[in-house]
Design a protein around this ligand. Structure first.
Ligand code: NAP
Ligand code: MG
Length: 462
C-alpha cells in the first residue's frame, strides 16, 4: 500500500524528526502492508507551531469561504471514495462493501453537513444590548481511534475547520494510511497550509505530547475510557477545553409489543457490522421473559447467518482480548448459543459472530466494553427492571428501543441515561448530536452541537 514517509505539516510532507517507524498490518492475513513514521515530541511541536501560525488568517476567513473549502474537501472524498474504502479494508479489515457504504460514505455526508453548517450557522447574535460572538477556540489537538478511521477524523476536523480552528491530528497507530489519504484530500481541496496538520505515531508518545502541548487550546479525543480519563486530567490541569468520546455498553431494549424478529435481526446486524468494533453498538439485548426463548433462537440464527461475512478484528491484541471476554462469559455461567472463543480461521484476527444467552446484568460480559462481535441476551420481568438493567452500567453512549408504536418506545427512551437512542430502527442522521452520558464522555459530535464544541463566546455591550 502507498504510504508517506513524512508528516503533513504546514501544507507539505516534511521529513519526520525521528527514525522509528510503525508497521501497518492487514488484519485479514497478518501481512505488513506499509510503514509510516512514528512521530515524537519534535514533530508535534512543529505541527502545533504550523497550526498556531495559520490560526489568525483562518479564523478571520469569512464563514462562507471556509464553507466552500469544506465543500471542496467533501468533493475530493467523493472523487477518491474507492481508494478510501480499499485503504480502510486493508488496514482495518472491514469487508469492502461495508468500507464503501460506511467508512467512505459516512464521512462524505458529515463533511457535506459541515459545509452547509459553516455557511448557515449564526456566529453572531443580538441579546438585549449585547452582541454575542461565537469565536473559534484556537488550535485543536485531535486524537482518533482505528474503528471508524475516517469518520472519526472528519467528525472532528470538519467542525473545527467550520468554526475557524486549526488542527493537529494524531490518528491511531493501526490505521495511519487512511489519515494520510485524508491529508492528501485536505491539500487537494485547497485548504490553506497549516490549517490541518498530521503527525502519525504512538499514543503514548505523539498522542501524549499533543494532549499535553501548551500550544493546544482544545483536545478532542475518541477512544478508550482509560486513556480518556488521563487526557481529561491533563487537560483539566492546564485549564484546557476537552471533548471525550469514550466507550459504551449500549442496550437494545425490546418491549413486549415490538416486532420481535425485526428487533432481534436489526440488533444482531448492529453489533456484527464492523466486527463489533463500534462504540455505540447495542451489545446488550434486553428481552421480556415471555419472549426470551424465541429471541434467543432468532439471535442465534441471525448470528450464524453472518458467518463468513464478518471481517477480522483490527489487531492481535484485540483478538486476544475479545476471545478472553468470550471465555470469561462461559466461565461466569452464560450459555453460548452462537460462535465461541475458537479462532475460526488459521490466519487473520477473526472471531465468529457470538451470542450469549442467560446473561445476568452483573456479569463481566454485560458490564465491560468487549469491542468484538459478541451480543449478550438478558432477560427482564417488567419495564422497570428493563430500565434498571439498561441504565446499570458506567456507560451511556447509545441504545435502541422497540415497541408497537413510537410513543411507547419514546416514553422508555426518555428514561434511559444515554446520549442517543434509535426508536424502532431509526435511521442514521449526520446532524444528530452524538456523545455520551456518564463515563461515555464529555461533549457532542456532529451537527450544530458538534460545531459549538469548537467555539467560545464573547459578548460586547452597547
Ligand atoms: P486507545 O488506546 O484509547 O486509542 C485511541 C487513540 O488514543 C489512539 O490514537 C491512541 O494511539 C491514542 N492514545 C493511546 N494512549 C494515549 C495517551 N496516553 N495519550 C494520548 N493518546 C493516546 O484505544 P485502543 O487501545 O486502540 O483500544 C482499546 C479499547 O478501547 C477497545 O477495546 C475499546 O474498548 C475501546 N475503544 C473505544 C473506541 C470508541 O470509539 N469509543 C474506539 C477504539 C477503542 P495508539 O493508536 O498508538 O494506541
Ligand atoms: Mg492503545
Amino acid at each position: 500500500m502507498k504510504a508517506h514517509d513524512g508528516m503533513y505539516i504546514g501544507g507539505e510532507w516534511r521529513a519526520a524528526a525521528g527514525t522509528d517507524t510503525i508497521a501497518v498490518v492487514d488484519p485479514a492475513d497478518e501481512q505488513v502492508i506499509a510503514h509510516v513514521p512514528a512521530g515524537i515530541a519534535e514533530d508535534v511541536d512543529a505541527a502545533v507551531f504550523a497550526a498556531h501560525e495559520a490560526f489568525p488568517a483562518w479564523a478571520a476567513t469569512p464563514p462562507a469561504e471556509r464553507a466552500s473549502r469544506i465543500a471542496a474537501l467533501r468533493d475530493v472524498l467523493v472523487a477518491r471514495k474507492d481508494e478510501i474504502a480499499e485503504t480502510v479494508t486493508a488496514e482495518l479489515g472491514a469487508p469492502l462493501q461495508f468500507s464503501q457504504m460506511v467508512h467512505a460514505g459516512v464521512p462524505i455526508l458529515v463533511a457535506g453537513s459541515y459545509a452547509e453548517l459553516a455557511a448557515s450557522y449564526a456566529f453572531e447574535e443580538k441579546v438585549g444590548n449585547s452582541t454575542v460572538y461565537a469565536e473559534p477556540v484556537g488550535v485543536v489537538g485531535a486524537i482518533t481511534p482505528w474503528n471508524y478511521p475516517l469518520h472519526q477524523i472528519v467528525a472532528k476536523v470538519a467542525p473545527a475547520l467550520a468554526a475557524g480552528c486549526t488542527v493537529v491530528l494524531k490518528p491511531a497507530e493501526d490505521t495511519p494510511l487512511t489519515a494520510q489519504l485524508f491529508a492528501e484530500a485536505v491539500y487537494e481541496a485547497g485548504i490553506p497550509a497549516g490549517v490541518f496538520n498530521l503527525v502519525t505515531g504512538l499514543g503514548t508518545v505523539a498522542g501524549q505530547a499533543l494532549a499535553a502541548h501548551p500550544g493546544v487550546d482544545l483536545v478532542s479525543f475518541t477512544g478508550s475510557t482509560a486513556v480518556g480519563k488521563q487526557i481529561g486530567a491533563t487537560a483539566g490541569a492546564a485549564v484546557k477545553r476537552v471533548a471525550l468520546e469514550l466507550g459504551g455498553k449500549s442496550a437494545n431494549v425490546i418491549l413486549p409489543s415490538a416486532d420481535l424478529a425485526k428487533a432481534v435481526g436489526v440488533g444482531i446486524a448492529n453489533v456484527m457490522g464492523n466486527s463489533g468494533q463500534t462504540c455505540s453498538a447495542w451489545t446488550r439485548m434486553l428481552v421480556h421473559t415471555s419472549q426470551y426463548d424465541e429471541a434467543v433462537t432468532l439471535a442465534a440464527e441471525a448470528a450464524a447467518k453472518y458467518g463468513d461475512r464478518i471481517g477480522p478484528l483490527v489487531n492481535a491484541k484485540q483478538h486476544a482480548r475479545v476471545r478472553g471476554y468470550i471465555e470469561k462469559g462461559v466461565a461466569e455461567g452464560a450459555r453460548l448459543v452462537a460462535g465461541g472463543p475458537e479462532a475460526p480461521r488459521e490466519r487473520g484476527y477473526f472471531v465468529s459472530p457470538t451470542v450469549f444467552a442467560d446473561v445476568t446484568p452483573e456479569m463481566t460480559i454485560a458490564q465491560e466494553e468487549i469491542f468484538g462481535p459478541v451480543v449478550s441476551i438478558i432477560r427482564y420481568e417488567d419495564e422497570d427492571e428493563a430500565l434498571r438493567i439498561a441504565n446499570g452500567t458506567v456507560y451511556g453512549l447509545a441504545g435502541a428501543v422497540w415497541a408497537a408504536d413510537d410513543a411507547e418506545a419514546v416514553a422508555f427512551a426518555r428514561r434511559m441515561d444515554t446520549g442517543q437512542v434509535d426508536i424502532n430502527g431509526g435511521r442514521f442522521n449526520p446532524l444528530a448530536p452524538f456523545g455520551g452520558y456518564k463515563q461515555s464522555g464529555v461533549g457532542r459530535e456532529l451537527g450544530a452541537h458538534g460545531l459549538s464544541e469548537y467555539l467560545q463566546t464573547k459578548s460586547l455591550q452597547f
